[in-house]
Design a binder for this molecule. Sequence first.
Ligand code: GBH
Length: 470
Amino acid sequence: MFPSDFAWGASTSAYQIEGGWQADGKGPSIWDTFSHEKGRVFEDQNGDVACNSYELWEKDLECIQQLGLTHYRLSFSWARLLPDGTTRNVNHKSVQYYNRVIDDLLACHVSPMVTLYHFDLPQVLEDLGGWKSPGIATLFDNYAKFCFQTFGDRVKLWLTINEPLTFAKLGYEDGIHAPGVKEKGISAYQVGHNLLRAHAMAWHSYDSEYRATQRGAVSLALNSDWLEPLNPDSNEDITATERDLAFTLGWFAWPVFVTGDYPEIMRSAIEHRSKKLGYSGPPRLPSFSKDDPTILGTADFFALNYYTSRKVKAGGDAEQTLCMKSDRDALEFIDPSWPICGVSWLAVVPYGLRKLLKYMKDTFNDPTVYITENGFSQMGPLQMEDVQRCEFSSNTILEVAKAMQEDGVKVHGYFAWSLMDNFEWADGFSVRFGLFHVDFSDAKLSRTMYLYGQEFAKIISKHQKSGQTQ
Ligand code: GBH
């Protein structure tokens, strides 16, 4: 069902697995600061040690080999590589660390996919204004160029930024992720704007300075739920669903893949609310100016993180204060027939991925797609024989196959989130997404394959073999 060159991967991110938060000259990131504050994370846990991949990389490599992965997606810690956020001071020990990871992967015939930014801004840059300040884009571009220059001879798949939607919304609207800002209806749009500018600058740098010699591909990872109208016969619900999609996937995908600017429905909805509430400050959704990098066309493939789906109906504009929820004017529901996997937001809807892929093909000009995250979690009593997660993942992979064969979507890879249990942000270690179990109560942090990992390994080996005989 899958071509022999299909990418089978697993994903992680630096802060969630590395630990070594002060090792060998690493600077602090906003997640170090945030998780050290009381009341931010489940049981005040933090990523100081996490899976200790900074010291236990060879254990991770064993996991990768046991699964038979063709690809491994990791992120670099900006504050580890550049402790003061700038290329004036390079931490050479961290360069050695990532060099070793990359070289080991390649020696085992596993291709690295590297994310440059997965939620963990160097704290020094946060202190200078962070993602709210326009100057961050140039700093990110310098960091990106440093990475292309240093590692791009071997890394051929790059993601600039992971989930700008999640980072902006949870970090600046809801305040439940670092940096813990709650400036509703204002800052998330500003931050989203600078994330896009930063991404685009880095893509243009790669395109003009590195592509010819390195021949890799650069994109950004966008997360989206599949959304459908609660009542498919209600025009109101249909419009609310379109609006909700514009505010989530569309917010970033529209500028990059379609027009170079935000979706018109998004802009007009925000302007409408501003007027209605008598807001008189500067436009909340910024505009791209001629000094900004061109946004349109700055992705060599579509990187999608998919977890769940929602039913949508109009509503939410009852709030009398500025906030994204009232701008969206769309309420989301979980269909009671959808099973919940581990954590409350994760309703399992395999068909939603197929529908989303088809929607992306039609809306974003038939891009090459990598599913850079998809996964299922456990919470509560530990289950090594986790048959449910096995079933959810094989059903989801089947939907990917259908999207490819029946809908003609050009999917080139599927990456499971995550290689191993790790620091699940505000949920700390209470939510386990791993293909491997990690024993956080044991100093060795031993990794053991779940049944879910075994099933994934079987799926991979089946398709690798069938590929070879073709
Ligand atoms: C991804 O986000 C992240 O990239 C990854 O780091 C993370 O470990 C993984 O998923 C699993 O969560 O708490 O009710 O506000 C996935 C997208 C968007 C899903 C925000 C959870 C929070 C819902 N996430 N959403 S809520």
